[in-house]
Design a binder for this molecule. Structure first.
Ligand SMILES: [Zn+2]
Length: 345
C-alpha cells in the first residue's frame, strides 16, 4: 500500500563535516537523508573542530542554507567535548543550536552533568546524552546501565529534562520506564541496529558490527522492541556514523565504532516493528515525526514522504548515497520502501 506521511526527522546524525569529509559531508549526508525519507536531521557536534562556540554554530548553520534537506546543528555541551567546562548554552542557542550534546562520549563528571542539565533547562534546549562509560572494559551492558541510572538520578534532582541517546539494553529500558512513572522528565531513543541485530553479527560482518554502545543479546533486542511498543522509547534515531572502507577493514580493536543508517532506518523499522505486529503504523510514525519534533520544539512543515509499506527490496552497496558504505544492512531484505521525499524548504 502506498502511504503518505510527514517528512521524517532524525535527531542523531553524524555528517562528519567539517573535518572528516572523506567519510561524509553535508551535501552527501543530505542526499542520504532524503533517500531514507528524512527531511530534517540534527547533526552532532563531534566534528573537527568541535562545534562548541556560537561563532562555529553560526558559520555551520549558514552552510546549511542551500542544502536540499533541513539540517539542524547540535552544539557541544563542554568545551572541546572534554567533559570539564560547560559551553555557553545561552549564546549557542542564540546562534541557532537545536540541541546540546557531547555525543560520542559521556560527560563522566557527575557535577558537570548536573550543571549541564540545569543550564539546558534554563535556556530551553534539549540535552542529549551518550550515557555510556567508555572506561569500563569491553563497554558491556553495565557501562551503559550505570550511566543511564546516574543520568536519570541527576535529572530528577536537577528537576530538568534529559534525553538519553541510543538505549540498547533491557535494564536501561526498564530504568527509564520506572523513571517516567516516577515523573522524571526523560525522553529517549534507540536505533534500528539495536532491534535488528545481536552481538552475534560480529561473526558475520566483522568490524562493520562494531558500534557504541555495542550490539547486545537477543533478550535485549526483545526488551527494546517491548519498550518501543509501550512508549518507554519515544524516538527511533539513526546514529548515522559513516566511516571509510579502510577504517572498517581494520581489525576489531582498531576499527572505529559506528554504522550508517539514514537510508535504512525507516525501512528496517517497518520490517522489524510494523510487519512483526509489535507496533501499529501510527505508533511507528510518531517515533519518526511527532516525538522528535516535540523534543526539538520544531514547527510543523509541509514536508512529506510517500512509502510503499509492502515493497520488498534488498539493500546493495550500489543503492547507497552516503559517501561511506559501512552498513550492516547490505544484503538484508526489507519490507517497506520510501518512494518519494519532498522537502519544501
Ligand atoms: Zn552516541
Amino acid at each position: 500500500m502506498r502511504i503518505k506521511a510527514p517528512g521524517l526527522i532524525d535527531i542523531h546524525s553524524h555528517l562528519r563535516d567539517p573535518g572528516f569529509e572523506y567519510k561524509e559531508d553535508i551535501q552527501s549526508g543530505s542526499l542520504a537523508a532524503l533517500t531514507g525519507g528524512y527531511t530534517t536531521i540534527v547533526c552532532m557536534a563531534n566534528t573537527s573542530p568541535v562545534l562548541d562556540t556560537p561563532e562555529r554554530i553560526r558559520a555551520q548553520i549558514k552552510r546549511f542554507e542551500t542544502l536540499p534537506a533541513r539540517l539542524c546543528q547540535a552544539a557541544a555541551a563542554t568545551i572541546g567535548q572534554q567533559g570539564r567546562e560547560l559551553t555557553d548554552f545561552a549564546a549557542l542557542k542564540s546562534a541557532g543550536a537545536a540541541a546540546i550534546s557531547d555525543d560520542g562520549q559521556a560527560i563522566l563528571d557527575a557535577k558537570v552533568m548536573y550543571d549541564a542539565l540545569q543550564a539546558a533547562k534554563a535556556v530551553g534546549l534539549p540535552l542529549m546524552t551518550h550515557s555510556e562509560d567508555a572506561r569500563i572494559p569491553g563497554r558491556g551492558a553495565a557501562a551503559e546501565e550505570y550511566m543511564v541510572a546516574r543520568d536519570l538520578t541527576l535529572a530528577k534532582y536537577a528537576d530538568a529534562p534529559v534525553h538519553i541517546q541510543h538505549v540498547t539494553t533491557a535494564k536501561s529500558a526498564d530504568l527509564i520506564r520506572q523513571a517516567k512513572r516516577g515523573g522524571t522528565a526523560v525522553t529517549c531513543e534507540t536505533c534500528a541496529h539495536y532491534f535488528m541485530f545481536t552481538e552475534d553479527l560480529r561473526r558475520v560482518k566483522g568490524a562493520i558490527a562494531k558500534v557504541f554502545p555495542p550490539l547486545r543479546t537477543q533478550r535485549d533486542v526483545e526488551a527494546i522492541i517491548e519498550a518501543l511498543a509501550d512508549g518507554t522509547i519515544d524516538i527511533i534515531a539513526t546514529d548515522h556514523a559513516p566511516h571509510s572502507r579502510e577504517e572498517k577493514a581494520r581489525d576489531w580493536d582498531s576499527a572505529p565504532g559506528g554504522m550508517i543508517g539514514l537510508e535504512t532506518t525507516f525501512a528496517a523499522s517497518l520490517t522489524a516493528l510494523y510487519h512483526s505486529g509489535a507496533l501499529t503504523l501510527p505508533q511507528l510514525l510518531a517515533k519518526f515525526t511527532d516525538n522528535p519534533r516535540e523534543l526539538l520544539g520544531l514547527p510543523k512543515t509541509d514536508d512529506y514522504i510517500e512509502f510503499d509499506s509492502d515493497e520488498e527490496w534488498t539493500l546493495t552497496e550500489a543503492d547507497i548515497k552516503s559517501k561511506s558504505s559501512n552498513s550492516p544492512f547490505i544484503g538484508i531484505t526489507f519490507r517497506g520502501r520510501i518512494k518519494e521525499t519532498v522537502c519544501v524548504k
